[in-house]
Ligand binder design. Structure first.
Ligand SMILES: N[C@@H](CCC(=O)N[C@@H](CS)C(=O)NCC(=O)O)C(=O)O
Length: 201
């Protein structure tokens, strides 16, 4: 079994954090591939990373599915409650985290364009989504109640790490999002965060 990915993809990082949190890093090697060459991605018709390749050649994707597969099949369900409010809170948190990543990706694409070609309405609209999610995470704290991170917390942690990495002006700040910023300060100290950081450019 191996995880195919790129070192800077936040979707890949989320899955790698789960692998580390479950103590599976030795068992599931991380294989860096080039998206341009589509190496080894034929098992995933979407040709996206992360893709988890199983020993029988089957592929598990996309990131929320891989996270659940790892936890259910190899993790004994430690990171996601089988049912009840904790399960749905974690899955909705994961959806909000992916929303940050999708919106953040669109903002970044625009910001990388020459200034004259940037679609400012896209930047405003997508930045507003990120801010709305951060406000929701601030005002509804159920997702961060558990002392040990679950899949929802890991996804949110990976999304906030992405904001600090690529779009620091949109990341949560102590002055404006004190609960989220304080939670992330603690989360960022975890070994799984250090082990999955992108190498310096
Ligand atoms: N919904 C997917 C998104 C994954 C994704 O967009 N990955 C990007 C890298 S960050 C990718 O593989 N892009 C290549 C492509 O779309 O062809 C997931 O959660 O796994």
């Amino acid at each position: 079994m191996r995880l195919l990915g790129t070192p800077t993809s936040p979707y890949v990082r989320k899955v790698r954090m789960v692998i580390h949190e479950l103590g599976l890093a030795e068992r599931i090697p991380f294989e860096v591939i080039s998206l341009a060459e589509n190496q080894d991605l034929s098992a995933n018709p979407l040709r996206k990373v992360p893709t988890l390749l199983l020993d029988d050649g089957a592929a598990i994707f996309d990131s929320p599915v891989i996270m659940e597969w790892l936890d259910a099949e190899l993790g004994g369900g430690r990171l996601l409650a089988a049912g009840g409010p904790a399960r749905w809170t974690a899955l909705v948190a994961n959806a909000m985290a992916d929303g940050i990543l999708e919106a953040g990706g669109l903002v970044r694409i625009e910001r990388l364009r020459p200034e004259a070609e940037r679609a400012e309405p896209v930047i405003r609209r997508q930045s507003a989504k990120i801010e709305a999610v951060l406000q929701r995470l601030e005002s509804e704290s159920a997702w961060r109640k558990a002392a040990e991170p679950d899949l929802g917390q890991i996804a949110i942690g990976a999304a906030i790490a992405y904001l600090h990495f690529r779009l620091p002006d949109l990341a949560p700040k102590a002055a404006t999002h004190p609960g989220v910023a304080a939670w992330y300060e603690g989360f960022a100290k975890r070994a799984s965060v250090a082990a999955t950081a992108a190498p310096p450019a």
